[in-house]
Design a protein around this ligand. Structure first.
Ligand code: NAG
Ligand code: NAG
Ligand code: NAG
Ligand code: NAG
Ligand code: NAG
Ligand code: NAG
Ligand code: NAG
Ligand code: NAG
Ligand code: NAG
Ligand code: NAG
Length: 373
């Protein structure tokens, strides 16, 4: 018996109506702009719009110079097995802010000519605006996202929520180091996610792994400027959140404010466990290794997200501040924290770096600066 698998992709714009500057994007009216509606897409969420998308993509991809694929706002598009692929004649392709939901087996391959531009600069000054993300992926299975530049998102660049088995590779994610809350990758409620061979330079976390996530691998990422790779923050508003099996391997942090960070709010519950950070190259990182269980608040509380089975191995390079290793656990303590083969010196000539730790349990070997708890 043959089983028919329906592959559904719903693409739509984040509603721009809440902030005023959105018309910068909508006003785009040049000749190389291809709107899926002009290729017969219905946008009713029921008819199959795959052909329209493919034809619009072909036109976008096939034009010389710069091109823009427009997927209009506030409509739903049902498309099957959509693959945006090159090689494109266009030297630069812009897909305007995109939301991708309920998809199986989608491949987005920019062939290094693609660019998703969030046109975020006019949003950044408005901190109270609910700033959209350049790419929101919600509920996906078996996704491949590769060879693309994602730039200047109003908010976080790539949000991954409710996904299983997704690979992100050869991406260039960038926004100015001063742009607020422009995380590179935000992962939540997802399993088996691999992020590799990419450069992430933004104004916030390069990768943030949030609640409900497990089996997340991050490898060969160059991060900076930005806030490093973070687990959490977890437990906000006394919530129960869990993260486990996160493996960060062979990454470089350059000029970031943090390197490997775990942050939890007092009063929360749940756990962050089985986490490894290995083969990490540090260049002038403000706080290379940091666990902060007092995130956002100073008060001690009974409850905490439990941190256990965290390994830091093979860190080398320079730190900008005096405390290179800061392990600040709640009174419930962090268990089985392993530090091994760590060698961090100051990036400033003549200065020394130290370590600080509190309520901690584990194994410390071959670590410079010396950590004594
Ligand atoms: C398209 O290009 C032509 C020639 O450069 C120009 O006259 C025309 O105004 C352009 N149309 C739009 C919609 O920008
Ligand atoms: C898009 O173009 C490619 C090659 O240029 C062609 O093979 C394919 O059939 C086209 N697809 C559509 C939907 O026009
Ligand atoms: C994705 O495609 C593969 C191969 O065609 C298939 O085995 C798999 O079941 C599909 N995944 C989903 C979630 O439909
Ligand atoms: C994960 O996704 C990839 C790409 O779609 C697919 O080739 C692979 O079979 C999937 N793996 C599993 C275990 O489903
Ligand atoms: C993720 O990392 C772990 C630990 O290094 C490794 O065992 C596993 O094979 C990796 N998975 C993928 C998909 O890279
Ligand atoms: C780390 O990645 C680089 C490429 O970015 C590679 O040349 C090197 O061999 C890797 N090192 C380890 C220890 O895997
Ligand atoms: C770090 O920042 C300084 C000052 O902005 C800059 O000169 C240097 O090139 C940066 N280093 C790296 C590795 O990005
Ligand atoms: C988590 O780490 C602990 C301690 O290292 C280990 O015993 C356990 O097998 C790990 N769990 C998984 C699912 O790998
Ligand atoms: C190190 O980082 C600090 C703070 O981000 C910066 O002011 C300084 O220029 C950097 N130094 C180098 C050598 O990159
Ligand atoms: C430290 O480790 C011991 C033995 O492994 C364990 O019983 C204890 O609960 C741990 N303490 C903390 C604060 O994690």
């Amino acid at each position: 018996m043959q089983v028919l698998i329906t592959l559904v992709l719903v693409l739509g714009f984040v509603s721009p109506s809440l902030c005023t500057r959105w018309n910068v994007v909508e006003a785009n009216n040049n000749n190389n702009t291809y709107n899926v509606m002009q290729y017969g897409a219905s946008g009713d969420g029921k008819s199959d719009d795959s052909q329209a998308f493919l034809m619009a993509w072909n036109s976008t991809c096939g034009v010389q110079g710069e091109a823009t694929l427009v997927i209009p706002p506030k409509l739903s598009f049902l498309v099957n097995n959509l693959i945006f692929t090159g090689d494109c004649k266009a030297t630069s392709i812009t897909i305007q802010v995109v939301m991708i939901q309920y998809i199986n087996n989608l491949t987005i391959d920019g062939h290094n000519t693609g660019k998703i531009d969030g046109y975020g600069s006019t949003w950044w000054e408005c901190k109270s605006c609910p700033r959209p993300r350049a790419i929101s992926i919600h509920s996906c299975n078996d996704l491949i996202f590769t060879n693309l530049r994602v730039t200047d998102s109003p908010g976080g660049h790539i949000s991954i929520n409710g996904c299983k088995n997704a690979t992100f590779s050869h991406l260039f994610v960038d926004a100015p180091g001063t742009s607020p809350n422009t995380d590179g990758f935000d992962i939540s409620a997802s399993q088996n996610i691999l992020i590799k061979n990419s450069v992430v330079s933004t104004g916030d976390d390069c990768v943030a792994v949030n609640g409900g996530s497990s089996y997340i691998n991050v490898t060969r990422i160059v991060c900076g400027p930005g806030h490093g790779i973070s687990i959490g923050s977890l437990g906000k508003g006394e919530s129960y959140e869990t993260v486990e099996e996160v493996h960060v391997y062979n990454c470089t942090f350059a000029n970031t404010t943090n390197g490997a960070r775990i942050k939890t709010f007092p009063g929360g519950s749940g756990y962050a466990r089985n986490i490894t950070f290995e083969q990490i190259n540090l260049i002038n990182v403000t706080y290379p290794i940091i666990i902060d269980q007092h995130y956002g608040v100073k008060d001690a509380t009974e409850s905490a997200v439990l941190v256990s089975d965290v390994t830091y191995r093979g860190f080398s390079g320079t730190a900008f501040r005096d405390i290179a290793i800061k392990l600040l656990c709640s009174s419930l303590g962090c268990s089985n924290i392993v530090l091994d083969d760590i060698n961090i010196v100051s990036s400033q000539i003549g200065k020394r770096v130290g370590a600080f730790c509190q309520n901690l349990n584990g194994t410390i070997e071959s670590t410079v600066p010396k950590v004594s708890c």
